[in-house]
Design a protein around this ligand. Structure first.
Ligand code: FMN
Ligand code: FE2
Ligand code: FE2
Length: 400
């Protein structure tokens, strides 16, 4: 049976939720599920914005049938070809024979790569600022290359001031009946997941997100309809401010994220003592064992906080595996503008501090707090002093 909700009088959410997905994109845990949003505009012409993942295709098809209520489907706007939004294109095109597919030239090439149906006879190619009038509504297409993939575009409904924002402004988490961000306590219950989504999915593409935000600044946006998570119709500046910070790699909060990797617990001990010192000086800290906490959460925390501490054992002359993976992830996501302190440990030839520094030096505008603390197996008095000094330096920087 269909399960849908009106966004406005003539716009219907026809997407679906998946609460059984183990790993989104094969790497991101989604303990609260994920929604695949698709929107159907019932104007003089009917317009579907994107489709859904194959896992929830059945419910989606039921929703469209119910929402159309016997009408034909005139247009499918394809904003993003990642299969979580495009898997059902072929089924939709096969079922609704009058349908025209509206997309840009790059999207057309991708549709041909992923699908096997005759699209050339049914495609309408659009480019930057092209418009499509569907009756009362005028749709304007805005290119948003690399706001997650190169073909991405977003659509502005100039009539109602709605931005269909593709993967931008999305969030992990199933909708659970709510559709609008103002129906839940977003900052308490969902902001962490929105940040984790942003940092991991689009965090690498800050400049491209900033370009899109610049284009959006010229539009009168009353509502944002993303492809995952809640629709925004109130306090849009809250999420726009977050995107502004995130896309410029500016920390949201002054505070310290401590991420450590420890085999026997001695490096953990150092991380914990450092955190105690920082707390005693009124500094906010969060701590993660990178062998336990999924990298996506640690990456998100690195986007959140101004100061980062990485502590790792030396492992086969290298950085401990889970820390190595985390740092690769952070560098790949272009983390910038952070102050960083390092702690290494090794029983015979500690190299992890130097190697961690080499990885992080690739990032833009990083300030290192000197010196890297080097532990030989377990903490001794001299390192306790060094930890106190490191904490004092971080606290002075944070509290300035
Ligand atoms: C598989 C393995 C490989 C290791 N390789 C090195 C190494 O190459 N150089 C070194 O100094 N210590 C090496 N160690 C020792 C650990 O780095 C050391 O015992 C550790 O830093 C102690 O801190 P922890 O209690 O936080 O794990 C290795 C340990 C293991 C288990
Ligand atoms: Fe995507
Ligand atoms: Fe997506």
């Amino acid at each position: 049976m269909h399960c849908m909700r009106n966004v406005t009088a003539d716009l219907i959410w026809v997407g679906a939720n998946d609460r059984r997905l183990a790993m989104f994109e094969g790497v991101y845990s989604v303990p609260a599920g994920v929604s695949y949003n698709s929107y159907l505009l019932l104007d003089e012409k009917t317009v579907l914005f994107d489709t859904v993942d194959k896992a929830v295709r059945h419910r989606f098809m039921e929703n469209i049938t119910a929402a159309l209520d016997g009408r034909i489907l005139d247009y499918l706007v394809v904003q993003h070809m990642e299969p979580d939004h495009s898997a059902s294109i072929e089924e939709i095109a096969g079922k609704y024979r009058e349908l025209k597919i509206v997309c840009n030239a790059k999207t057309l090439a991708f549709i041909k790569q992923f699908h096997h149906f005759d699209i050339d006879s049914r495609v309408i190619i659009v480019a930057e600022n092209d418009t499509l009038v569907t009756g009362k509504h005028q749709l304007q297409f805005i290119m948003a290359a690399m706001v997650h993939w190169p073909e991405v575009m977003v659509t502005y409904d100039a009539t109602d001031g709605i931005l269909f924002s593709a993967d931008a402004f999305g969030s992990f988490g199933a909708l659970n009946g709510a559709l609008f961000a103002d129906e839940v306590d977003f900052s308490r219950d969902y902001l962490d997941e929105a940040r984790r989504y942003y940092a991991n999915i689009v965090g690498k593409y800050g400049p491209q997100v900033a370009t899109l935000l610049g284009k959006a600044a010229n539009l009168n946006i009353q509502m944002i309809c993303p492809l995952h998570g809640f629709v925004w119709r109130q306090d849009l500046s809250d999420i726009r401010d977050k995107y502004d910070k995130w896309s410029h790699y500016q920390p949201e909060e002054i505070g310290v994220m401590i991420a450590y990797a420890s085999v026997y617990g001695n490096t953990e001990n150092a991380a914990e003592i450092l955190s105690v010192h920082l707390r005693e000086q009124g500094v906010r800290t969060v701590m993660y064992d990178v062998s336990v906490t999924p990298a996506s959460e640690v990456v998100a925390a690195a986007f959140r906080f101004s100061h980062l501490v990485f502590a790792s054992t030396t492992y086969n002359s290298g950085i401990f595996v889970t820390m190595e993976a985390l740092l690769a992830d952070l560098v790949a996501h272009n983390i910038s503008n952070r102050t960083i302190a390092l702690i290494e440990n090794g029983s015979w030839a500690a190299t992890s501090g130097k190697l961690m520094r080499e990885r992080l030096e690739k990032c833009k505008n990083i300030t290192f707090i000197e010196n890297t603390i080097s532990i030989k197996s377990s903490l001794k008095e001299p390192q306790l002093e060094e930890l106190a000094l490191m904490a004092a330096k971080i606290a002075a920087d944070v509290n300035q």
